[in-house]
Design a protein around this ligand. Structure first.
Ligand code: ME8
Length: 634
């Protein structure tokens, strides 16, 4: 049986569109997955989405849609983005899938059987942003300690997990597995946290509906973190009849996460697994954050970056390269377009692109469009290439990607230096396509082949392009010297790998077109022109009938007179603040030309406007005097 490697990303919340942080973690996981496959491992690479909980329920309510519809929409964007970024995940799990729910029920059944679950009443400070309770002592200025989100006092009956019983067991496990958390500094933080004492954990919510019902008690849903963490085993069939994947791939080799969610992965998850009698993952890596202007990006700060425009303009490879090269894996780094362009021009257009173009132009000319006819045994370049390959492998194994890439770029520089020193053009002039010239060019081409193989996990499409020109197929991708075939026709010249970009022109263009799109997506308060605003048709309407949408807590179906021939049917998420009866006869403001949408099976042809209070509840907008239905609003 071959060696296996199971790698996971966090499953991302669907309350918002993906941003650079989600892209980063997933790209890094993809690089590791591709690297391991290349080294002969049978890899299982999992990513997915975390779709339950208060965050999602609130976001859906704010957008006047259902949590499931919101999730479906955001998941669509994730799938599209992972395709654009050339992500090779083997599975995509969604916590709303039945297979996942079965896994959660099985985990809870086992924890209950172990005697680790009891029911008690609970009161505490709840942060909806983090989906977590905090003790009074941990609050900072009355807000959540990590991000400063608002917290609220919540009290209810809840099921508890006996986390306190696992303090010693966890510490013993940490002691026996010094590699469990990386980087080491983060491991120490985790150990200190557990040494500080563990309190039992509330793992159900009675006040929330959008979640997995507690097995045998429909009045509760499972706490979103118990739900979410279980994805790592439910995706392998845990909780179902078919345990083949589970037997093959569990325990995970690597949970890759951002440092924000380390505690959930290094303390709670191992405790749940111990309780359920399951093996623990081998390693959790908590990487650093991409910062914007030295601050962590977050939706609430409005400084989120979505570099979709960079993917549109450059394809996936340059951004993948930038992610891996710019950030010292584990630490924080700043993101900026300037830094991206600087790396693009220096490392890709100049470094890789130019060296490749320069060497290939000579090789094509000297050997009639073929690879050199004679290979070379020993040379300085071979020595360098072998030293670089060894260093690259070592750095990739320890996830020091920036070092691995640095090593590869050293080899590129060595090729450049070698060409300058040997001056093959002089030889060609003097001797024609001689044996000596053949050996020199072989050394260069073989080094470039190795560069392509080593860059493959990070820049798969560029590597494939180079390998196609060098006529080396997948089987020949081993990282050993001497695999380049001699005297075979080179693949066609497809032009520069990375055309140089003029920074001034780039920023001028980015600011007027693409960048604006990026900005609009990333800023909280984007500006719209009067023409854009004019496209929205706002009209006063009079509510004729109102009734609740069956099975929905929030949705109300309205028939509204907009001064048109027929009343309009509108579905609005206002049922928790208004009784249907009190709506009839009210004048409201409606977006009349919104694309129709179907909410819980009922078509809505428009949207009513309401102010939103801090707790998310809506207050209807109504004209200050009686006006006829159909009056325009501007
Ligand atoms: O936490 N820099 O989901 P989430 C780098 N659903 N990485 C970042 C980042 C940044 N500025 N911002 C986010 C959740 N990330 C839970 C996880 S797992 C069982 C449940 C990345 O959508 C990083 O990997 O908030 C972080 O851990 C993750 O996105 C959080 O994604």
């Amino acid at each position: 049986m071959g060696r296996t490697f199971y790698i996971t990303t966090p499953i991302y919340y669907v309350n918002d569109l993906p941003h650079i942080g989600h892209m980063y973690t997933t790209v890094v996981a993809d690089v590791i997955a591709r690297f391991k496959r290349m080294r002969g491992f049978e890899v299982f690479f999992l990513t997915g989405t975390d779709e339950h909980g208060q965050k999602i329920e609130r976001a859906a309510r704010d957008q006047g849609t259902s949590p499931q519809a919101l999730a479906d929409q955001v998941v669509g964007r994730y799938h599209q983005l992972w395709r654009q970024l050339a992500i090779t995940h083997d599975d995509f799990i969604r916590t709303t899938q039945e297979r996942h729910k079965a896994g959660v029920r099985e985990l809870i059944r086992r924890m209950t059987e172990a005697g680790d679950i009891y029911k008690a009443s609970y009161e505490g400070w709840y942060c909806a942003g983090c989906e977590a309770f905090y003790p009074e002592t941990q609050l900072k200025d009355g807000r959540c300690p990590d991000f400063g989100h608002a917290v609220e006092r919540l009290g209810e009956e809840s099921y508890f997990f006996r986390l306190s019983a696992y303090q010693e067991k966890l510490l013993a496990f940490f002691g026996e597995h010094p590699d469990f958390v990386r980087p080491t500094s983060r491991f120490n933080e985790v150990v200190r946290f557990v040494e500080g004492g563990l309190k039992d954990l509330s793992i159900s919510r009675a006040s929330l509906r959008w979640g997995i019902p507690w097995p045998g008690d429909d009045g509760h849903v499972v706490y979103v973190w118990v739900d979410a963490l279980t994805n790592y085993v439910s995706a392998l069939g845990f909780g179902s009849q078919n345990l083949d994947l589970f037997a093959r791939f569990w325990p995970a080799d690597l949970h890759l996460v951002g440092k924000d969610i380390l505690r959930f992965h290094c303390v709670y998850w191992p405790a749940f697994l111990m309780s359920a009698g399951l093996p623990l993952p081998k390693q959790v890596f908590g990487h650093g954050w991409w910062l914007k202007d030295e601050k962590k990006m977050s939706k609430s700060l409005g400084n989120v970056v979505r570099p979709d425009y960079l993917i549109r303009q450059f394809g996936a490879d340059p951004l993948r390269y930038f992610f891996l090269r710019e950030m010292t894996f584990g630490q924080d780094a700043n993101f900026s377009d300037e830094a991206f362009l600087a790396r693009y021009n220096a490392d890709l257009a100049n470094g890789l692109g130019n060296t490749f173009a320069r060497v290939m132009a000579m090789a094509r000319r000297y050997f009639d469009g073929k690879t050199p006819p004679e290979a070379c045994g020993e040379s300085v370049l071979r020595t360098k290439a072998e030293e670089v390959t060894a260093r690259y492998l070592e750095s990739m194994e320890t996830y020091e990607f920036h070092r691995a890439l640095e090593a590869v770029w050293e080899l590129l520089a060595a090729v450049d230096g070698y060409v300058t020193e040997k001056a093959p053009w002089g030889l060609y002039k003097a001797e024609g396509a001689s044996q000596r010239l053949s050996r020199i060019m072989y050394n260069c081409l073989e080094s470039l082949r190795l560069v392509a193989v080593m860059t493959y996990p990070v820049m798969p499409s560029t590597a494939e392009k180079i390998l196609a020109v060098l006529r080396t197929d997948r089987d020949r991708q081993q990282m050993v010297w001497g695999m380049l075939p001699v005297a075979v026709s080179l693949g066609p010249d497809e032009g520069p790998l990375f055309p140089r970009v003029d920074e001034k022109a780039f920023f001028a263009e980015v600011n007027v077109s693409e960048g604006q799109k990026g900005q609009e997506e990333s800023q909280q308060d984007p500006l719209v022109s009067i023409e854009e605003f004019g496209k929205i048709k706002l009209v006063v309407g009079k509510v004729l009938t109102a009734e609740r949408v069956p099975k929905s807590q929030k949705l109300v179906r309205l028939e509204v007179d907009l001064g048109e021939e027929q009343p309009r049917q509108i579905v609005a998420g206002i049922g928790s603040s208004y009784q249907p009866e009190e709506l009839v006869g009210k004048l409201i403001v409606v977006v009349a030309n919104l694309k129709p949408a179907t909410l819980m099976g009922v078509e809505s042809r428009g949207m009513l406007l309401a102010a939103t209070l801090a707790d998310g509840s809506p207050v209807l907008l109504t004209p200050e005097k009686e006006v006829p239905p159909g009056s325009g609003v501007r």
